[in-house]
Every structure is written in C-alpha cells, then in structure tokens.
Design a protein around this ligand. Structure first.
Ligand SMILES: CC(C)(COP(=O)(O)OP(=O)(O)OC[C@H]1O[C@@H](n2cnc3c(N)ncnc32)[C@H](O)[C@@H]1OP(=O)(O)O)[C@@H](O)C(=O)NCCC(=O)NCCS
Length: 178
C-alpha cells in the first residue's frame, strides 16, 4: 500500500532490530500498551512471530528518493468478531511531527474499510498522550468513553480515552465493488 510519502507493507523478520531500536525508545514504548521496556531484537522477533489471527500489522517505510526503504514505524489493527477493529500505531522519535502517523493511519483505515471488512474502527490513547489525541482527531474519530489501559513499559494501568469511527457508506460501496 503506497501513500504520497510512505509504503505500508508486511513485516519481515529482518525488521526486528529496527523495530526494537525505534519502538524501544522510552518515549515511544511508554505511550503504547504492549511494547516492553527495555525492548530487545529477540523480544521484537518473538512478538512478530506470535501475532494472533485477526492481527494485521504493517511496517511503515518512508519512500526514499532512491527507492531505498526505511522503516520509520508500525501500524495495524486487531479484528473483533463483531466487525470492529482496534487500531494501533507508533512512529520512531526522529520522524515525529511530519504527519507520518496520520498519513499511515489514513491508508490503514481505508484498507480496513474497503478490503478488510471492518465496519467500525476503535482506538484509544493514554490521557498523557496529546500527540496521539491530535492524530485521532485528524483521522475523524469521535470520543466514545474512558477506561483504564495497561501499559507494559510502565507496568501500570493508566487512564485512557476511547474513540470510534464507523465505516462511511462510500467505503461500504467500494468494498462491495472490489
Ligand atoms: C503519537 C505519534 C504516533 C504521532 O506521530 P506523528 O507522525 O508525529 O504524528 P502526526 O505528525 O501525524 O501528528 C501529530 C500531531 O500532534 C501534535 N502534537 C505533537 N505533540 C503534541 C503535544 N505535546 N501536544 C499537543 N499536540 C501535539 C502535532 O502538532 C500534530 O498535530 P498538527 O498536525 O495539528 O500540527 C508519535 O508521537 C508516537 O509514535 N508516539 C509514541 C507512541 C504512541 O503514542 N503511539 C500511539 C499510541 S495511542
């Protein structure tokens, strides 16, 4: 899947060291539910090879001028039996603030609605993560409630805000046509 500046593609086992280096940054790991801290290549490999059915994960590559691929983060979703799916994403710290998370997540959502049979996306962020709140707002999600979410890196449950976005009728028609 290509966007203007990014390629979303299946993970490869050789991505593990880069995922560990970028995802193991404290300021990335502490905002996610599942990344442990510290994060090793072995742990990243273990996670990649243990993905459950219904877990769709893409590596986010920045398209280089010379077509050289450079993984800058991950995004994906977990499908639920009721047709909803929970989105997750992170971008390596050197690449923050350039709109990459929003660009990647937009493509992911479009893919889920048109090709992945997703009827409703949900997502969440810890209350101390205003950058993710902004990404979620730019993606058109609406607030749906509050809960408590486990943070593996911090080893604590944290106050969490939840959101949802339903499949628009235009995507439903595209999905039927494809
Ligand atoms: C959250 C994250 C994915 C954002 O990635 P990104 O590529 O920088 O996101 P974008 O550039 O698309 O958008 C970020 C927005 O947040 C805003 N922002 C950044 N820091 C902010 C802050 N401290 N307070 C308020 N807004 C902030 C940016 O200005 C931008 O909004 P704008 O386009 O209106 O200016 C990235 O910071 C990250 O990976 N963080 C750690 C992991 C994480 O939080 N994952 C999501 C878990 S829910």
């Amino acid at each position: 899947m290509r966007t203007l500046r990014l390629t979303l593609r299946p993970l490869e086992l050789t991505d593990a060291p880069r995922i560990a280096a970028l995802g193991g940054d404290w300021d990335v790991a502490r905002m996610t539910g599942r990344i442990p801290y510290p994060y090793s290549s072995d742990a990243a490999l273990h996670w990649m090879t243990g993905l459950a059915d219904g877990e769709i994960v893409f590596g986010i590559d920045r398209n280089g001028a010379d077509s050289a691929k450079q993984l800058i983060g991950l995004c994906g979703y977990t499908r639920n039996a009721d047709g909803s799916a929970e989105i997750g994403y992170w971008i390596g710290r050197p690449y923050w603030g350039d709109g990459y998370a929003t660009e990647a997540a937009r493509a992911l959502i479009d893919y889920g609605f048109t090709k992945g049979a997703v009827k409703r996306f949900t997502c969440s962020h810890f209350t101390d993560n205003p950058a993710s709140a902004r990404v979620i707002a730019k993606l058109g999600f609406r607030a749906s409630g509050e809960c408590s979410g486990w943070c593996e890196a911090r080893q604590i449950s944290l106050p969490t805000l939840r959101y949802e976005r339903r499949r628009p009728w235009t995507s439903a028609i595209k999905a039927l046509a494809s």
